[in-house]
Ligand binder design. Structure first.
Ligand code: GAR
Length: 191
């Protein structure tokens, strides 16, 4: 059984969905969640789900060896679910093609620094896009640039607000992210 760590920075709805999915699957187990924001709602979710949620700082991630050593020993894959920092080179090298991110738009559009959460949905609305979606991709040293594994689309109506767009994207994330992770773990996809 593969072991997964989730990195999150915010609400954690994707983290919760992935944890619940793999609780009911023999493919993998989420062993730990790592979070860089002490007020993030993902801590409440993990408490309810009886999963360890570990708070870490930029120093823990970039300047110390204890976090990478822990990850080396404890997990096979790292899933970024609303995680807003870059991943250090040392961790990328330790987990080649084993770190996966979800982005709330159809990359390469609406990616890069500062493009996260509602910033993405507001930009999509401002540009009068007729569709948006999700992108699941491998993580590299640059924001949102790794090879694309999966995309799903949803249409945008003229009357949709950025909040409506966020809700449509959220539904796609809930439907596809855990299933696509499972396919990767089962080698049904590259990686
Ligand atoms: C998700 O929509 C995810 O796609 C997005 O943040 C949200 C986190 O929600 N990620 C990014 O914008 C990364 N650039 P959650 O905390 O409820 O899972």
């Amino acid at each position: 059984m593969k072991r997964i760590a989730i990195f999150a920075s915010g609400s954690g709805s994707n983290a919760e969905n992935i944890i619940t999915f793999f609780n009911a699957s023999k493919t993998a187990l989420v062993t730990k969640v790592y979070c860089n924001k002490k007020e993030a709602f993902v801590f409440d979710r993990c408490k309810r789900l009886h999963i360890d949620c570990v708070l870490f700082s930029k120093d823990d991630l970039f300047s110390s060896t204890s976090m990478i050593n822990q990850l080396k020993n404890d997990v096979d894959y790292i899933i970024l679910a609303g995680f807003l920092w870059k991943v250090p080179t040392a961790i990328l090298q330790q987990f080649p093609d084993k770190i996966i991110n979800i982005h709330p738009a159809l990359l390469p559009k609406y990616g890069g620094k500062g493009m996260y959460g509602m910033h993405v949905h507001r930009a999509v609305k401002e540009n009068n896009e007729i569709e948006t979606g999700i992108t699941i991709h491998y993580v590299t040293e640059n924001y949102d640039e790794g090879a694309i594994i999966f995309q799903a689309k949803t249409p945008i109506d003229k009357k949709d607000t950025p909040e409506d767009i966020a809700q449509k994207v959220h539904l796609l994330e809930q439907e596809h992210f855990p299933k696509e992770i499972e396919k990767i773990l089962l080698n049904l996809k590259n990686g």
